[in-house]
Design a protein. Structure first.
Length: 258
């Protein structure tokens, strides 16, 4: 439970010992985020569809990391997985909706299945999981939700496809809606719009030619490192970030300003 001080100013909680739930935790960004939160003294529920990798990672990270296998594209499985979280990792104080699947096809090449799966995982999973953690956050008067959007939500997708760009735009809109709803309860909801983090989405799903062309366009002439992404999450969950809500933080190396 958060421990609040009685000092004048913002209502400050000691986040050490609190629990964060991180989705997409078996991926590069999820692992970087999990490590950052563990280093900050939190417990972390690591949620991902990849059971074998999750268990291996959790074993390496120690007993403050709990693996949770879930298909975020299936609302029923989200309910099932959430009910399976051990009591020692409840309540969830911080939710990081990081899981996502990349789609590169533009509109005419996007299949019905590709569209529906992108929306189901990238958007619906964020909504249904957030809805599960919100009641307890409101009751305690403190909580943090951080959603991973994308530069594609603002540009329509430089290399990303129609389904991905649309789903991430909807994540940004959902972030605004939840932030407005939950601000009176001490719960902040923010997002990050990263662009071209050095993950398999870039290194494996884009050709070498595409990668070099992007590096020429990005003013800092490099890709974002996973640890830089995790650092922004660590900032947004901090007590002293409690006056920031409904924001989408750009992290794109100067590729896009607004």
């Amino acid at each position: 439970m958060p421990v609040f001080t009685d000092e004048p100013g913002p209502r400050v909680a000691n986040i050490t010992g609190q629990t964060a739930l991180v989705t997409g935790a078996a991926g590069v960004l999820g692992v970087a985020t999990t490590r950052a939160l563990l280093d900050a003294g939190l417990k972390v529920v690591m949620a991902d569809v990849s059971e074998e990798r999750l268990r291996s990672l959790a074993s390496d990270l120690g007993d403050r990391a709990c693996p949770l296998t879930v298909d975020l594209g299936d609302p029923a499985d989200i309910e099932r997985a959430y009910a399976a979280i051990p009591d020692s990792f409840l309540p969830i104080d911080i939710l990081v909706n990081n899981a996502g699947i990349l789609s590169l096809n533009k509109s005419e090449a996007t299949s019905v299945e590709e569209w529906q799966r992108s929306i189901a995982v990238n958007l619906n999973g964020v909504f249904f999981l957030s809805r599960l953690v919100i009641p307890a956050m409101k009751e305690r008067g403190w909580g943090r939700i951080v959603n991973t959007s994308s530069l594609a939500a603002k540009t329509g997708g430089i290399t990303a496809g129609t389904a991905y760009s649309t789903s991430k735009g909807a994540v940004s809109a959902l972030t605004f809606s939840l932030a407005a709803e939950l601000a009176p309860y001490g719960v902040t909801v923010n997002g990050i719009a990263p662009a071209y983090v050095r993950t398999p989405m870039v290194t494996e799903q884009l050709t070498e030619t595409q990668q070099q062309a992007l590096l020429e366009k990005i003013p800092v002439h490099r890709f974002c490192e996973p640890e830089e992404f995790a650092h922004v999450i660590r900032f947004l969950i901090d007590d002293l970030a409690g006056f920031i809500t409904g924001e989408i933080i750009d992290q794109n190396g100067g590729l896009h300003f607004d």
